[in-house]
Design a protein around this ligand. Structure first.
Ligand code: HEM
Length: 437
């Protein structure tokens, strides 16, 4: 069984819908102040115990970067026991992640990727009121403390459409995790071993990740934050210019995502949207691909959801070892419906990955599945929505009698920055606060 009372609730529990959320980045200038901050935050962090209680809809979580661990004086031997990718940090991994050109770290929003972000506090709640109520004690934890500086904040909120900025229902598909008590969203998916998402437990490969000392890693996990700017007007213009009617436009959008904007999956309703199905959490993720649609006539193999989770589809490799928990929250104002010109506002997604293996989960999906198509026989076709299509990408829609190839897919999602973090268990936070080095 998972030690839920020691795991931060943000790790396992899906965010509520609707939601209000905030990300606060802090820099530790003095080691003792950093330890005191961690001590204070342990008092406001919610654990994953009682994961299905409505109260658990509001959560405060804390995560640290490698630089943050160093600023707290974590011994070298302990740092060395954490994952290699985490120790490198996202900036150093940019090329492999496809963060080049406009998405390159030199163009990131400061202080992301500068080494100054040490601690990230995330508060998620069903509405602004409860967000503020949860934020206040968290604020108190660092207010009037010298030696700690809040250096960045990103507010996020559900859009009035309750979709991500391109207009699709988000937050649908989640893996089930053995021993978590939280059901997955696809009844056809076997629950994954806890070690895929939390350190200290066996994973799908039979391994158990250990750290030095054991308490540092146990019940903790890696979290990848990415601020992803979305070019909504450009996405709309692309759909319009490649479709002959509003219906064709919606179908084109659905083919790129693998779901209609309502959330209804093409796998279950390939020809027409079904908003009731899209809104039904018992049905909207209840499907696999291989038996019914091996070639992607319904859900193109290159669509966003099929390439980021090929489920049972025949691919090179094994899909189960690349699963991830996602915690995306939207930022910026809605671009009003029908507007085709950019209004200059920054809008997009604060993407958050949670998992025990940054390398074979997040990085693999980003580099091999989103930014390459070889694994499903799609050559170098990238994800038509989130791929680094800076030089004009390709997207193939299998059709009879002949497939349709779209050329010159623009770069719809630009990376504004991000950090690799570790979200320790509650005992580990107390261990960090009590360090004597
Ligand atoms: C701005 C960028 C992105 C947008 C707008 C976006 C949007 C979406 C939407 C609408 C869904 C379907 C609803 C759902 O299952 O929750 C989805 C699913 C998913 N996305 Fe993204 N996404 C983005 C970036 C990413 C990135 C960077 C990754 C991974 C590195 C990723 C991985 C996934 C996965 C694993 C799923 C679930 C697939 C499934 O199980 O069916 N997404 N995304």
């Amino acid at each position: 069984m998972l030690e839920l009372e020691d795991i931060q609730s943000g790790v396992l529990r899906p965010r509520p819908t609707p939601y209000a959320a905030t990300y606060i980045a802090l820099r530790i200038d003095e080691r003792d102040a950093g330890r005191e901050l961690i001590r204070r935050t342990t008092r406001v962090i919610t654990s994953a115990a009682n994961p299905t209680s409505p109260l658990a809809d509001t959560s405060v979580s804390v995560a640290l970067t490698h630089e943050g661990f160093k600023a707290l004086g974590v011994p070298q031997e302990s740092l060395d026991s954490l994952s290699w990718e985490f120790r490198q940090g996202m900036r150093a991994r940019a090329r492999d992640l496809g963060d080049t050109g406009e998405s390159a770290p030199d163009n990131w929003e400061a202080p992301l990727g500068t080494g100054d972000v040490h601690v990230v506090i995330v508060v998620v709640s069903p509405d602004e009121e409860r967000l503020e109520a949860a934020l206040e004690p968290a604020r108190k934890a660092y207010r009037q403390m010298s030696g700690i500086e809040a250096i960045w904040r990103q507010n996020c909120h559900a859009l009035p459409t309750e979709t991500e900025p391109f207009g699709f229902r988000d937050g649908i598909s989640h893996p089930a995790i053995e021993g978590s008590g939280i059901p997955g969203s696809n009844p056809k998916e076997e629950p994954l071993k806890a070690g895929e998402f939390v350190l200290g437990y066996p994973d799908e490969m039979g391994g158990v990740q250990k750290t030095v000392p054991d308490v540092l890693g146990r019940n903790g996990t890696y979290v990848v934050f990415r601020k992803l700017h979305q070019r909504v007007a450009e996405f709309r213009r692309f759909l319009k210019s490649h479709s002959e009617s509003p219906e064709a436009e919606e179908l084109m959008a659905a083919k790129m995502m693998g779901r209609w904007r309502s959330g209804a999956p093409l796998a279950l309703c390939p020809f027409h949207d079904d908003p009731t199905l899209g809104a039904d959490p018992k049905r909207n993720n209840d499907f696999v691909f291989q038996a019914d649609d091996p070639a992607g006539f319904k859900t193109p193999c290159g669509s966003h959801i099929r390439r980021t989770n090929p489920r049972d589809a025949r691919i090179a490799g094994m899909a189960r070892i690349h699963r991830m928990i996602r915690r995306g929250t939207a930022y910026g104002p809605l671009l009003p419906e029908g507007v085709l010109e950019d209004d200059g506002n920054d809008r997009g997604l604060m993407f958050a990955f949670v998992g025990a293996h940054i390398g074979r989960q997040f990085e693999f999906v980003q580099s091999e599945w989103i930014n390459d198509g070889i694994f499903f026989g799609g050559g170098d076709d990238k994800d038509p929505i989130t791929g680094s299509n800076s030089d004009g990408g390709w997207f193939t829609v299998p059709r009879k009698p002949v497939r349709k190839r779209f050329q010159g897919i623009p770069h719809f999602v630009v990376t504004r920055g991000g950090e690799y973090c570790f979200m320790p268990g509650l005992r580990a936070l107390r261990w960090l606060a009590d360090l004597q080095t």
